[in-house]
Design a protein around this ligand. Structure first.
Ligand SMILES: [Zn+2]
Ligand SMILES: [Zn+2]
Length: 193
């Protein structure tokens, strides 16, 4: 009855080839490296994995994430699913939010290994939501301002040219203001085509 300790049996396990799986070039990026070496984004977009593929280089991945999954989408997701964004970095980039605080806490405990009180998380998540909203609004305002600037540029082209006659044979008639020209409803002078 020797105390034959087990636990030294690591020799045979699965296939013998020790394949080390390639990792995404950006640490914590949510996705897989495919057999061809490219990175496939698995961030969820409308509850489906994004599926975009790109070179497994950190700048490719970062640029994809910031273009396709930036704060804008986090905000939209908030609007749709809930107001409790997860405050861990990966989840923030993903825009993960929860419809109530309990779900967020559950997620934080199981997924991020959060322990103890959830008080701090509540505060952080609230602050994050505010930040997301503010950034979104700031971005909207900037877009708006840019659009207004663009409109100003085209201002020297008037919408209506001044057309003093209605081209039905009454040139110079001083009463023409009072008449309803046929077919226009009489409201506005329309430019001659
Ligand atoms: Zn993506
Ligand atoms: Zn999370």
């Amino acid at each position: 009855m020797a105390p034959n300790k087990k636990g030294k049996k690591i020799a045979k396990k699965g296939k013998s080839t020790t394949r080390h799986r390639p990792v995404p070039a950006v640490e914590g990026a949510y996705g897989n490296v495919l057999n061809d070496g490219r990175f496939e984004c698995r961030l969820s977009v409308r509850r489906r994995p994004c599926g975009a593929r790109m070179a497994n280089e950190s700048h490719n991945i970062r640029s994809h994430i910031s273009k396709k999954h930036r704060v804008d989408s986090a905000y939209k997701k908030n609007q749709r699913t809930g107001n409790w964004p997860c405050t861990w970095a990966d989840c923030m980039e993903n825009g993960s939010t929860y419809s109530n605080f309990h779900s967020l806490v559950g997620h934080a405990r199981s997924f991020h290994g959060m322990k103890g009180s959830s008080k701090a998380l509540k505060k952080k998540s609230g602050n994050l939501l505010q930040k997301i909203r503010m950034e979104y609004q700031k971005k909207k305002r900037e877009e708006q301002r840019q659009m207004e600037d663009d409109e100003d540029d085209g201002e020297d082209e008037p919408l209506f040219i001044d057309a003093p006659d209605y081209s039905d044979g009454n040139h110079g008639d001083k009463n023409q203001e009072d008449r309803d020209p046929p077919g226009t409803g009489g409201s506005q002078p329309i430019p001659v085509a």
